[in-house]
Design a binder for this molecule. Structure first.
Ligand code: ADP
Ligand code: MG
Length: 147
């Protein structure tokens, strides 16, 4: 699936749409340059899951957990990770292989621990099409009706 958005609100809305459909055990890998809209997307996604509180990138902790939605959400931002062993230290396996949903900003930095079956979301700018233009590609979503 590919979507074009032209405002943060539209990216939020796409996140919301996917958050409403999200199922237990899924891992969403979110990649794209700094300032492209990964956190905006995540905020929409969290809203779609029924999480009301503010959602921001977890700066000092790598992962932030939200329990108040339809399913637990583990929001990772691994941008500042030094070594993948830091993921072991925070017990990532309980999140990846649990009953919640993982959403990982900058997943490209931890390829060695990503399971094979993930949902990939890539956000790209194209300045020729305007400052707020984003192309968002989503790969690996289950078909409608499929578990
Ligand atoms: P990231 O988490 O990828 O570093 P953020 O989500 O924190 O990026 O920030 C994205 C910035 O880009 C915000 O300031 C937002 O207002 C702006 N923006 C402009 N156009 C868009 C768009 N189409 N989608 C998402 N964000 C946009
Ligand atoms: Mg971010």
């Amino acid at each position: 699936m590919e979507r074009i958005t032209n405002s943060p609100e539209e990216t939020f809305a796409l996140g919301q749409e996917l958050g409403r459909q999200a199922a237990a055990g899924q891992i969403y890998c979110l990649d794209g340059d700094l300032g492209v809209g990964k956190t905006v997307f995540t905020q929409g996604f969290a809203d779609g899951l029924g999480i009301e509180g503010p959602v921001n990138s977890p700066t000092f902790t790598i992962v932030q957990q939200y329990e108040e939605g339809r399913l637990p959400l583990y929001h990772f931002d691994v941008y500042r990770i030094g070594d993948v062993s830091e993921m072991d230290e925070i017990g990532y396996e309980d999140c990846f292989y649990g009953e919640g949903i993982c959403l990982i900003e900058w997943s490209q930095l931890i390829p060695e621990i990503l399971p094979e079956k993930v949902i990939r979301i890539r956000i790209e700018k194209n300045l020729e099409r305007g400052f707020d233009y984003r192309r968002i590609t989503v790969e690996g979503l289950p078909e409608q009706g499929e578990a």
